[in-house]
Design a protein around this ligand. Sequence first.
Ligand code: PGA
Length: 251
Amino acid sequence: MKKLMAANWKMFKTWDEAGSTARVLVELAAAKLPEDREVLVCPPFTCLKAVSDAFSGADRFSSGGQDFYITDEGAFTGEISPAMLQDCGAKYGLTGHSERRHVLGENDEYIGQKTAYGLSAGLSVILCIGELLDERKAGRVEEVLERQLRLGLKDVPADVAPHRISVAYEPVWAIGTGEVAGPAEIQEAHAFTRKVLVSIFGEKANEMRILYGGSVKPTNCAEIIALDNVDGVLVGGASLQSESFSQIVLA
Ligand code: PGA
């Protein structure tokens, strides 16, 4: 299983900035990328094509959408479909990112619909899960993760190819805060996530990737990526500069 080193650029970068960041990333990291790693960048929709073009010809570099709607086309002002993302070169789509859940108000059921629809439309999907600080303090981490996993994956067909689903564990209190979950916290949450995935999909869940996200930086990535059940990272702030993201990708 290749480790997935993923960037989430959120609502940052113009077309020119995105293209140049992606081109420099390829220059810095493509030749040295270990065989067992893949790189993914999820830019804003408006510069998806700029990133896909910059990655064309770079082996194991792909682009993805940060969100999508649950149908192919129609009267849904402001929305975008998996087919439109694919038209701009995207191979992946994120669902359930904590900012979609907690800032934009998406619930578990809708996130589950998106995950299933994105897969059926041909995207590989990264379902993001993670507890709030209050939920951790109340000892509810497993309850929250299990609910987000079961509802988030509810309509995914049992015969799905395991490499097309990843889960990103991103404790909400560690996103953009500089505060990283400790190795024990990450290992516990990832082992629990693996257990729930196996209970849903059986043994092939061992081939599904579980990424960690939340203040990943060049200085902590090597330690995190070496932990059991950590099959990649999802990086926000530290992925915006090609130098810093290339160090993460190669860590
Ligand atoms: P961060 O964001 O790396 O800035 O904490 C991670 C994410 O939101 O995916």
